[in-house]
Design a protein. Sequence first.
Length: 126
Amino acid sequence: MDDAVSVELAQRLREELPTLLDAGAVAGADAVLADIVERGRRGERVTVPLLTYVRGVPALRQRAGELVPADGQRGVHPPPGVARVPLAPRYVCPNGDYEYFRIDVARPVPTCPHDGADLVADGAAA
Ligand SMILES: [Zn+2]
């Protein structure tokens, strides 16, 4: 996985921390990920530190696995300075309890892990 992908993943995880972690754990995790984003944007190698950290936090490890395909080679390179570029088409559970970002189009869209419903493309005509 290259470092540009790592920076984007770290930024995405930061944005989702409030939904991934207990309130008391968010600030500490945000500080770690913010540091990784900063260093990555300065050109430092951040993939190993990011993955090492994420692997130690089960909720982050699971979400990172959903955001990045197993081969780790695909990635999106947004223009510098754009903070909120969608990583990939978003799919949501019709019951509103799950979302999935489809980074790798070769990988089938999963069903909702909570209730097994088929995910639908966000923004598609209802
Ligand atoms: Zn669901």
